[in-house]
Design a protein around this ligand. Structure first.
Ligand SMILES: NC(=O)c1ccc[n+]([C@@H]2O[C@H](COP(=O)([O-])OP(=O)(O)OC[C@H]3O[C@@H](n4cnc5c(N)ncnc54)[C@H](OP(=O)(O)O)[C@@H]3O)[C@@H](O)[C@H]2O)c1
Length: 213
C-alpha cells in the first residue's frame, strides 16, 4: 500500500500504526499538490486509488480578499489534482483495470456565499469525475465520486457543526467502503445529504441569492 502525502512526517506515524495493527506493508510517498513533481505510477503495484485531498480555505467575507488562499483552494481541490488523476487513469487503462475513489463535496452542487471558491473547485472536480467515469467505462475502470457533507476532521475542527448532520471519519469510511462494494457511481456521506442537496439545488435563484447559507 502506498500513502501519498504532503506531510510525510505525520504520515510516517500513521504508517507505523497500520504496520503494527494490520501488518500492512505501507510505503509513504511525497506528493505536495502545491509543489508537484511527476510520479511514475506505472512503476507501482496497485489496483485501487483512494483520493481524499482537499483544502477548504477562508470563508465568508474573506473569500474575495485573499487571492493566495483562493489559488491554493483551486489547486488542491481541482487544477493540480486533475493532472494527477489523469496520470493514474492513463496507467489504469494500460493495466486494463482499476478503481478510483475520489472525495469531492456537496459544496460543489450549488455555489453559496460561505464557501463559493471551494464549492466551485469541487463542482469542477465532480464534473471531471463524471466525464472520467464515462471515458473509463469501456476500459473496465470504475470511478466512485464521494460527496461528503459534514465530517468531523482536521478541516472542520474550528467549526461549530450541527451534530445531527456531522459524522465521524470512521463512519464515513464504512459508508464509502459499502458504496465501493455495491459498485456505486456516486454516494452522499451521509445519505441524508442527498435530500438536503435536492432541496438546496431546487430553491429558485431569486430566493437563493438573498439567503445566508
Ligand atoms: N470534513 C468535511 O466536513 C468535508 C466535507 C465535504 C468534503 N470534504 C472533503 O473530504 C476530503 C477529506 O477532507 P478531510 O475532511 O479529511 O480534511 P483534512 O483532514 O483537512 O484532510 C485534507 C487532505 O488533503 C490533503 N492535502 C492537503 N494539502 C495538500 C497538498 N498540498 N498536497 C497534497 N495533499 C494535500 C491532506 O493530506 P496530507 O496533509 O497528508 O498531504 C489530507 O489528506 C477532502 O477532499 C475534503 O474536501 C470534507
Amino acid at each position: 500500500m502506498y500513502l501519498f502525502s504532503s506531510n510525510t512526517e505525520q504520515t510516517e506515524i500513521f504508517k507505523k500504526h497500520l504496520d503494527v495493527k494490520y501488518s500492512a506493508n505501507v510505503e509513504v510517498m511525497s506528493l505536495d499538490l502545491m509543489n508537484k513533481k511527476d510520479i511514475d505510477f506505472s512503476a507501482l503495484d496497485y489496483d485501487l486509488v483512494f483520493c481524499a485531498s482537499g483544502y477548504l480555505g477562508k470563508a465568508g467575507e474573506e473569500i474575495i480578499e485573499n487571492d493566495a488562499d483562493n489559488d491554493r483552494i483551486l489547486k488542491i481541490n481541482y487544477s493540480e489534482l486533475v493532472p494527477v488523476l489523469n496520470t493514474i487513469a492513463k496507467d489504469m487503462v494500460k493495466k486494463g483495470s482499476g478503481t478510483l475513489i475520489v472525495l469531492s463535496s456537496v459544496a460543489g452542487e450549488r455555489g453559496r456565499k460561505s464557501n463559493f471558491m471551494y464549492g466551485s473547485a469541487k463542482a469542477g472536480l465532480t464534473a471531471y469525475l463524471s466525464g472520467l467515469r464515462n471515458y473509463l467505462f469501456s476500459h473496465n475502470i470504475k470511478v466512485l465520486t464521494v460527496k461528503p457533507g459534514f465530517m468531523k476532521t482536521k478541516m472542520t475542527r474550528d467549526m461549530d457543526l450541527p451534530k445531527a448532520l456531522t459524522i465521524s471519519p470512521q463512519k464515513a469510511a464504512r459508508l464509502i467502503y459499502r458504496g465501493y462494494k455495491k459498485k456505486k457511481n456516486t454516494i452522499y456521506i451521509a445519505p441524508i445529504w442527498r435530500l438536503i442537496m435536492f432541496v438546496i439545488r431546487n430553491i429558485p435563484e431569486f430566493i437563493f441569492k438573498k439567503m445566508s447559507l
